[in-house]
Write a protein that binds this ligand. Structure first.
Ligand code: SAH
Length: 461
């Protein structure tokens, strides 16, 4: 029935020109007005697309033949690219990737937010792109077993839990690949059983790696379904011997039947639980469960822009909502300012308190809880922060939180967003409650993937 409404059937081949990109990094072309999403294409490609999946009023296709290859294309530098779900833009010139991401942010501000950019509207400061190599300071590597009982580890293929055995990820620092090699070595000689998602049996689930880029400190965490690992001492010994930068080895216990990678319990095998990094000239302790931006270089640029927009004056109070380990607030606060941070993960709040103390920042209060609820309590208590920064996860802000923020009547609100669509939606609600977006800039913290960050300054009308 579905098929009748569309001008093609499954397995048909149609000729299209790619003229846009989806938020997930798929090219979009149209056939008789119907959008067809085709992965691994570039704007300007003319292709014959084979229809592989029909939806109500659009379809998914794959490239069956090139008629003309876009000028935006570059040779792909990674042998896993078309199978691995990590990157989506390795076949596109970085300049053009920036353009795609910049257009996406602008489109969300204009179309979803309903704002104009430029003269009389938001001053849009463009996008700050970054290198697409070795930028991730965190890796979450799923473990599996192939048909020949060999260990496979790497990334999941797109929209699936099929593991692509990736021996050299270009997004990871080289040392992560070396650590994975040591783990493979241990597994082949002494290893325990590997977790199977379907049967919920087996012990070894994920490797979780984190590096403080400036300090070189590495956290090695092995996520397990159980309480013990066979020959754990051998693994600890091999890691110590081969990768001296590993400052902490933590077992993370996750016995749940879940897609969530980390469990709530950590057991230290050696070293400390947290690692340290330097960001915007301040030092930060980061625990395994605390959020920390994966691209330190680009995060610094983003935080510097947030600091410029916050424009904190002497004696002003800053409320940092969704503060994680306190990174944004603590990196821009001066000695005469007061900082209040709110975050839902207890370990991150513990980090934030310690981070304030170690950086000699005294006038701070960190609250563990839901941002919307905590803001309501602060509002009732009569807090009147001069500046509020919000940095929510992709789903964006609760409408209630936006109302509370506008009741607290700060002079400036800075919104750091990892999803342009929810950003557009939320800015519209802010605008209806007295806060106008005046400046915005996009930052690519995830080059070669589909993600993009945006920072926006709002002022009170
Ligand atoms: N500002 C920090 C963290 C940003 S990520 C940084 O730049 O490092 C978003 C943070 O929001 C995460 O730390 C997450 O744990 C936290 N979070 C998610 N839902 C929340 C909620 N309802 N209330 C408060 N914090 C929340």
């Amino acid at each position: 029935m579905v098929e009748k409404m569309l001008p093609f059937k499954k397995n048909d081949t149609v000729r299209i020109t790619i003229d846009a990109m989806s938020s997930e990094g798929m090219g979009i072309g149209r056939y008789e007005g119907v959008a067809i999403f085709v992965p691994l294409t570039a704007i300007g490609d003319e292709i014959e697309a084979k229809i592989v999946k029909l939806q109500k009023n659009f379809a998914f296709g794959i490239i069956s033949k090139f008629i003309y290859e876009s000028k935006d294309r570059v040779p792909v530098d990674c042998p896993y690219f078309n199978r691995c779900g990590g990157c989506v833009y390795r076949h596109i010139d970085p300049e053009n990737e920036n353009k795609i991401k910049e257009e996406r942010v602008k489109d969300c501000l204009e179309r979803i937010g309903g704002f104009t950019l430029g003269e009389g509207g938001i001053e849009f400061e463009g996008i700050e792109g970054g290198s697409r190599y070795n930028y991730r300071n965190k890796a979450q590597i799923p473990l599996g077993i192939d048909k020949n009982n060999k260990l496979i580890m790497g990334y999941y293929a797109k929209h699936s839990h099929r593991i692509v055995d990736n021996k050299k990820c270009l997004l990871h620092p080289e040392i992560f690949n070396s650590i994975a090699d040591v783990f493979r070595d241990w597994f082949e000689q002494f290893g325990d059983t590997v977790y199977n998602e379907e049967t919920h049996k087996g012990v070894l689930r994920h490797l979780y790696l984190r590096m403080g880029e400036k300090t070189g400190d590495i956290l090695f965490s092995l996520v397990i379904n159980g309480d013990k690992v066979k020959n754990l001492d051998k693994l600890a010994g091999m890691l110590k011997l081969n990768i001296p930068n590993i400052k902490s080895f933590v077992l993370n216990i996750n016995k749940e039947k879940t897609n969530v990678i980390l469990g709530n319990k950590n057991r230290i095998v050696f070293g400390q639980e947290h690692i340290k990094d330097i960001l915007c000239d301040r030092s930060f302790n980061i625990s395994p469960l605390s959020f920390y931006q994966v691209n330190r270089k680009q995060a610094e640029k983003l935080y510097n822009k947030a600091s410029e927009y916050a424009d904190l004056k002497e004696n002003e109070t800053l409320l940092d909502l969704y503060c994680g380990a306190g990174t944004i607030g603590l990196s821009l606060i001066g000695n005469n300012n007061k900082l209040i941070g709110v975050e839902i993960i207890p370990d991150a709040i513990e980090n934030a308190k310690k981070n304030a103390a170690e950086n000699g920042i005294e006038n701070t209060e960190f609250i563990c809880g839901d941002a919307a609820k905590a803001a309501a309590v602060l509002n009732e208590r009569g807090e009147k922060p001069d500046v509020i920064i919000v940095d929510p996860p992709r789903k964006g802000l609760d409408e209630n939180l936006i109302l509370t923020i506008s009741e607290m009547a700060p002079k400036r609100v800075v919104y750091v967003s990892c999803d342009p669509a929810t950003l557009g939606r939320d800015l519209k609600i802010f605008a209806a409650n007295g806060y106008t977006p005046v400046k915005a800039k996009a930052f690519d913290l995830f080059p070669a993937t589909s993600h993009v960050e945006t920072v926006v300054l709002m002022t009170k009308k």
